[in-house]
Design a protein around this ligand. Sequence first.
Ligand code: C2E
Ligand code: CA
Ligand code: CA
Length: 802
Amino acid sequence: MIFELLDLSNYSLGFLSLQTLFTSIIVSILGIIALIHERFSRIGMVFFGITQSIALWLFAYSWIYSSPNIQFASAWAKVGHFGIVMISPACYHFATLVNNKVKRRFRDVPVVWLVSFVPLIFLFFTDIFERSIQSTQWGYYPFYEAEVYIFLVYFLGINFLATRRLWQSYRNAIEEGVNLTRIKILLVAFCIGYLASFDFALAFGFSLYPFGYIAIMIFILLCTFVVLRYRFVDITPAFAALPILRTMREALLVLDRDLIVRVVNPAACNLFGIKKSALLGRRVDHTIINSPPFNENLNALIRYSSLHHYEIEYCHTPGDQRILSVSNTIMNDSSGKPQAVVCVARDITEYKRSEERIRFLAYYDSLTGLPNRTFCSELLSRSLERAKRYSHTMALLFVDLDNFKRINDTLGHEIGDQLLKVVAQNIGACIRGSDHFARAGKRRYENIVSRLGGDEFIILLSEIRQPSDSHIVAQRILDIFTKSINIAGNELFITASIGIALFPIDSIDVDSLLRNADAAMYHAKTRGKNNYQFYNETMNASAHERLKLEHQLHKAIERNEFSVSYQPVATVNDVSFVGCEALIRWNHPEHGELLPDEFIQLAEECGLILPIGEWMITAVCMQQRIWRNAGLKPVRVAVNLSSRQLEHPDMVEIITDLLSKYDLDVEWLEFEITESAVMYNSSKALETLERLNKMKIKLNLDDFGTGYSSLAYVRRIPFNVIKIDRSLINNMLVDHEDATITAAIIAMAHSLKLKIIAEGVTNEQELIELRKLGCDEFQGFMYSKPLKIAEFTTFLKERQIC
Ligand code: C2E
Ligand code: CA
Ligand code: CA
């Protein structure tokens, strides 16, 4: 019988049979595609079950339609009905899996499957399903009798429940915001699929064409589309939980009410350095040592049933202190009783370190490690508030290094930075030595050293007993600069100027206190640097005055307000005129004639020294030409140069141009450079000096003996003349030490074949003494004051036979 059934030549395949046969093949293939695409997931398998049941039904019915006789048809009807019986429990199972929310009712599924065995029993052990196969115009078709109605009720009922489940999923999807389209399409597909039930109408004698396969085709196509486009189910937290636990970087522990570890992930084992087996099933405080907050807080947590975040320090291996951020969440049962605690711990040590670093960068100066400007004003405000509350007196010291820029320009920023570092350390140590000091950042804010930027430091002395106390600290700071500082083999001498402002005497707010200390510091600079000054009210006015002066200095050249005075130089032996020094004067529109001490430094600071210096050389050269044209003999004139001018790249060219423009011989022009200007000689300045020397222009080392360098040091520079500073000459007769120094300088200069000029000789005794020491030339009020052009021209004429 079986062989005959399978012998295709017995069948006459008609149009309808071919359509259902074709549909069954397609449905079966789509089922396989869906299964593969779903990667053999549970829901994929169930859907595969639906497709194969349907395929079986349509396949068998194709052969029923084309059967040669009733026996053949009823045999195929058994197979077909088997497929039909399987469809509804598979659909129900499928709909339940799509709605993964209804876990509680999941036990319905086995019941539905079990119930569907009942019709199977009838199917295989009775013939009620195919008792009355009849011939229709499409071929054979099973006709149902009353007892089969009960199966129909079951079939349609289960399918109805499946659709309801999908509808439920649809509602849940709206609430949870998961992909709605997927469920919508599935719902539509199911409804269309059920249209295939109209095929049953035929079984009741209605002569309707069995179009069910079309509905089925659409149903399966839509379902397959859903699989390919969206997959059947969303990835839910429960589904993802395990992989998340395994891969999450945070350590996770789930503890039950007795603090016993129930769940642990690999990150937790790593973090605490304990094996999983040693953690699971044990009390947390028995396994994770060094973790008092865990056991302390868990009890508290369970008692208060709340969420907690905190940080703990945990020592995994000795010496490796880690900071953990812990979040504990209580899990309650349905009656609200705490059942478990989920602890998530994260190692935030690196984060804390970088946070600390960022804080450091924002508040501290990275070079010296001292509080920076931002932090300084914050600390000042706090200290000021305290001082106001407790009526303390405070002192603010504004420390500025003298001539620091020169070190930076000549020796480079790296050396400058190193120097600042050492200075910061020295100031810190000096303050620490005083009773007042406490490091910033710790509990007390009393005495703080901060770096405002550049070479400016701020020292705040809180709780001083009396204002004058601050000068002890100021003097101590000045004292630390008396020694040289060695940076990379360079012996650096540096001094500082300090301004002191007092709270509440000078001002009561941070900004004006700072401003006042700054003004006092500036005053200390104008008082010759290397000293400290207390603020007084006139200082702000003088700062204002300085600004005004700077403005006027800008205009001075174009307004032709400068002039030159000439101070004659004579021989020591027979007091005969040998040359002169050109000295600048500023005929200020308001203040009258200003001496260089009142504006040269300002000109240097604001860069105006370059045009002013050039004007000066031009004026001297031009004057030389005028004297020559007037028939006077050429006269040796020394012009003062500042260090800024030496660094000017075109200095030599400017000088050569002027010499040729006024047709002067190099022998009549000399330059004077102060000892301090050449101390930190940059390569550029040295180059200028060497080029001038090559041109045979004489170079005088000015103000020698004011205490910077040794003669050996300045030998690197090709000087021809040493000018001994006025202070030594004036003290020579009263101070034995100065007399010895002067004698030594003269002797050494001569041994180096350098000429010696004494400056500021004011009386006969000094001259006699210089004569004894063998000094070559001198200048000073004793011989002549600096003279205006007209006076000096007369002076020249008197000494020359025209
Ligand atoms: P310096 O080069 O040491 O010039 C000598 C200063 O000593 C002059 O002051 C002069 O008037 C003063 N002097 C001369 N003999 C005596 C004396 O017997 N007793 C006293 N008490 N003083 C005497 P001056 O003209 O005020 O110049 C001050 C400084 O200004 C100069 O000191 C020089 O360093 C600088 N200077 C003057 N002109 C220029 C210039 O054109 N360019 C630059 N860069 N600096 C200049
Ligand atoms: Ca000079
Ligand atoms: Ca001088």
